[in-house]
Ligand binder design. Structure first.
Ligand SMILES: Nc1ncnc2c1ncn2[C@@H]1O[C@H](COP(=O)(O)OP(=O)(O)OP(=O)(O)O)[C@@H](O)[C@H]1O
Ligand SMILES: [Mg+2]
Length: 274
């Protein structure tokens, strides 16, 4: 794969494609003294599952929060299906077809399992504006059964559930949203092996049966190579590597990450001794 110029940054990878549903160019974001994102270029094709990788603090969640309408970028342009994309907030992004499972989940602790599953999309008694709890409870049970997630009671506040169960509900909610694009920030965090395997199965099923596009932040390379079509690696506020998973390997990714660590350590030691 040739090295190519993409949005001004030299990256190794396939670059953008005509069937991109989402495209981000030159995205930057600073928090006080921290330049979280410098010049990020990312694209996502219809039906594609993209893994977003990078060290802790690399800016992955910041990028997801910009896409989800939670943060505004300082600079750069976003395109959704060919049109300019400037979400006003998370609800606005949802309306435009982008749903997110945030790293910190954003469930409402005091609400029940089924109310959380229908957050922002409550079922009402038509034409009266009352919540139709019976229908939501029934549909919630159906959705969780389909996914294979076992939550004993749908009526308990989610504050009483385990981390893995909460994660499962957040993922189930995003998947049930029927959005065209789903962003999942570490969807397997806090999950046991069995629950994690269920979520990966679900992602594989969505990929096979729908044209939903997904961006997953993952740390485990086995999950990346099992579930994703392509990887984008964020280092020092830019995407430094972008390649189909079929054309790279855990070893290659490891090498790039370890090399960056060595360079940073050598630079720090240089500073110490100079
Ligand atoms: N709201 C904020 N205010 C100040 N600094 C922030 C804020 N959000 C993120 N940062 C900083 O921006 C940088 C990128 O953070 P981010 O959460 O995007 O990293 P990440 O790649 O998701 O890391 P992790 O793998 O640990 O989740 C970090 O240095 C972080 O401290
Ligand atoms: Mg994060």
């Amino acid at each position: 794969m040739a090295e190519l110029e993409y949005g001004g940054e030299k990256i190794i990878g396939p670059g953008r494609a005509d069937d991109d549903v989402l495209r981000l160019e030159h995205i930057s974001k600073r928090f006080g003294a921290t330049q979280a994102l410098r010049d990020v270029n990312v694209h996502l094709r219809k039906g594609e599952v993209l893994a977003l990788l990078g060290d802790n603090g690399a800016g992955k969640s910041t990028l997801i929060k910009i896409l989800s309408g939670f943060h505004k970028p300082d600079g750069g342009t976003m395109w959704l299906k060919g049109g300019a994309y400037t979400p006003k907030n998370v609800d606005d992004a949802r309306r435009q077809g982008i749903d997110t499972v945030f790293q910190d989940l954003a469930l409402v602790d005091e609400l029940s399992v089924f109310h959380n599953l229908f957050l922002h999309r409550e079922r009402l008694y038509s034409p009266l504006p009352f919540l139709n709890n019976r229908v939501m409870r029934r549909e919630a049970r159906k959705r969780l059964d389909e996914i294979g997630i076992n939550i004993p009671s749908l009526d308990v506040p989610v504050a009483r559930l385990s981390g893995g169960q909460r994660q499962a509900i957040a993922v189930a909610r995003a998947i049930a949203s029927e959005s065209e694009i789903i962003l999942l920030d570490e969807p397997l965090a806090a999950m046991g092996a069995k629950e994690g395997a269920m979520i990966l199965d679900l992602i594989a099923r969505l990929k096979a049966e729908t044209s939903i596009s997904m961006i997953l932040i993952l740390h485990n390379y086995a999950h990346v190579f099992a579930s994703c079509d392509r990887v984008s690696l964020i280092q020092n506020g830019v995407v430094s590597f972008d390649r189909p998973t079929a054309e790279t390997s855990p070893d290659e990714l490891n090498e790039i990450v370890v090399e960056e660590y060595r360079r940073a350590r050598a630079a720090a030691q240089g500073q110490l001794t100079s």
